[in-house]
Design a protein. Sequence first.
Length: 154
Amino acid sequence: MREGEHAIWSASTSQWYAEPKRLAELGLLHAERTPGRTHDRTHYTLTDAGRAALRDWLAEPSAFTRIQSEPIVRLLGAEYVDPEVLERSLAALREPLADSYAALDRAEALARELPHRERVLLINHRLARRILDAHAAWLDEAEAELRGAAARRR
């Protein structure tokens, strides 16, 4: 969950823990406590009902990805703040982008350890990399525009 969170799916950490519990309550997952490094962990497996529900869900038409981007909205407000201020605000994206690239590198390495899932994982990782690349290119363009706006103001 942590390796793909920035590019593929955004959810609060609590949601990652709450959803399996909810699915177990519905009888779609079987929960079993197993020893962990520091404390017991819950290991979930699909039940027959869970497999049937998953098959049904996978057969439904896919929806287009919802895009919610706070930085895009911030750029739309560029006329209300000094360009340098907004450029600094957007520059804060550089570190999370770098973290996301690093997480993706780790996820790609892990995918190779899962031969039964490697092909589909790597397809998804390539999409994630293109999404990150698009964000990086957008940020480069936005920063260049803001630098130009700042120069024109002088």
